[in-house]
Design a protein around this ligand. Structure first.
Ligand code: ATP
Ligand code: MG
Length: 403
């Protein structure tokens, strides 16, 4: 019975609805992103219908396939909510049947209500009347369940549009934000730690295409951290937000710095060099900002003075979306994002290499610049960029620039 009706996922967005004349650009971006991420699912097409997207599943697509598709969609930036249901004729008897199916599929519940609306008055029955008719069909089909107007366990939504009706009961919140590709590009300094993937994700959710840069301790350490970063990138890739990761073998340069710079300034000098390399990669990629996972006071390099001393190394704006976030909150976010387990594994990267016993917590800019001037920084930047290995990930809006 139920297989007679086409399964659909309705994708709701609110913020892009507010974008005035840009609205259709945002919607098209979202359609393309969702389409690309659903490549492996039995989907026929995606349409825009009255302020939302409708993903049409292939004939005979299973409930599981629709649920999995919905689960992919909800993590796509720009999606406020995704609902699984059916498309049917604008016929009240058929709509009642489909509502019964939709409610039957949505798992455990005790209370429910119907929320019907018509987008065109060319459908003769108004929403109050539809609520009543479909409500009584549902009461007859589920006699042990109760109608509850305020906070029911399930809402069966019935939307009548120009030439069809859409009916769904199962609805889950999306992650919100803006479609990736609607806010330009950023370069994110990506360690294998807990914080930086969360920081990247914050900008991704605001619509930025993200390019990662990872500084590996190689050849002074193993390449373990590179595998962790690749695992992290694959988690992020499910949402279509990460285009590439540049892996930069940094160990020998750290060693050079460690051999002759004042020990207390080493960390700042490493970090300035990382920022400069990241800025060069940003220039190649056409990215407008750098992003780090720093949080004020979390470690010695994250004091105000030291943040200033590293920012001084570059011209691009440096975003630190976690600056006011506590570690426990960051951990919660990493868990929701799905990177926490990976980031919790220990791997030596350049952070653990050649660390001084007493790092400076209040670096003076002049001292830092003087110490840095002893090194051939410009040559190092181009050597490091040339030595970078590029790993590509699926990011629908991304096209590499020609070099
Ligand atoms: P994370 O959990 O992101 O590793 P952290 O708490 O360990 O952060 P730091 O080691 O001081 O803090 O690093 C601060 C930020 O600098 C990181 O969030 C990241 O953006 C960047 N960073 C640090 N190490 C690396 C690295 N090896 N490669 C790329 N970026 C790095
Ligand atoms: Mg770290």
């Amino acid at each position: 019975m139920e297989e007679l009706h086409q399964r659909v996922c309705l994708v709701h967005y609110h913020e892009i609805g507010l974008k005035g004349r840009n609205r259709s650009v945002f919607e098209k971006r979202l359609v393309k992103n969702v389409e690309a991420l659903l490549g492996a699912f039995p989907v026929v097409t995606i349409h825009r219908i009255s302020g939302r997207l409708c993903v049409f599943m292939k004939e005979g697509a299973s409930r599981e396939a629709a649920l999995e598709a919905a689960d992919t969609i909800r993590y796509v930036p720009g999606v406020a909510r995704v609902s699984c249901g059916f498309k049917c004729e604008r016929d009240l008897v058929e709509m009642g049947q489909v509502a019964i199916n939709a409610l039957g599929e949505c798992g455990e519940f005790q209370t429910f209500k119907v929320h019907a609306r018509r987008n065109h008055t060319d459908f003769a029955t108004d929403s109050m009347e539809m609520n009543r008719i479909i409500g009584s069909d549902l009461c007859a089909a589920y006699p042990d369940k109760t109608v509850k107007m305020k906070d029911p366990d399930v809402t069966v939504t019935v939307e009548v549009v120009q030439n069809a009706a859409y009916i769904y009961a199962r609805s889950t919140r999306g992650i919100g934000g803006l479609p990736v590709g609607s806010s330009g590009r950023i370069v994110s300094l990506l360690s294998s730690g807990i914080d930086s993937p969360v920081a990247l994700w914050k900008l991704a959710r605001r619509g930025a295409v993200c390019i990662g840069v990872h500084f590996s301790g190689r050849p002074q350490t193993s390449d373990e951290s590179e595998y962790l970063v690749d695992d992290i990138a694959r988690v992020l890739e499910r949402t279509g937000c990460i285009a590439r990761v540049y892996v930069v073998p940094f160990g020998d340069y750290q060693k050079e710095i460690a051999l002759s710079a004042p020990p207390s300034l080493r960390v700042i000098l490493y970090r300035r060099l990382m920022f400069k390399v990241a800025q060069e990669i940003a220039a190649i990629e056409g990215a407008g900002a750098l992003v780090t996972g720093e949080s004020l006071g979390q470690v010695a390099s994250q004091t105000l003075d030291n943040i200033r001393a590293t920012d001084d190394a570059v011209e691009l704006p440096v975003f630190r979306p976690l600056i006011g976030t506590d570690k426990l909150e960051i951990i919660d976010e990493a868990q929701r994002l799905g990177t926490f387990e990976i980031s919790s594994q220990d791997a030596p990267d350049c952070c653990t290499l050649f660390m001084p016993r007493n790092p400076e917590t209040h670096a003076k800019l002049d001292d830092v610049r003087t110490a840095e001037s002893a090194f051939p920084i410009d040559r190092w930047i181009s050597e490091l960029v040339d030595a970078a290995e590029i790993h590509d990930y699926a990011c629908p809006p991304y096209h590499p620039r020609r070099r």
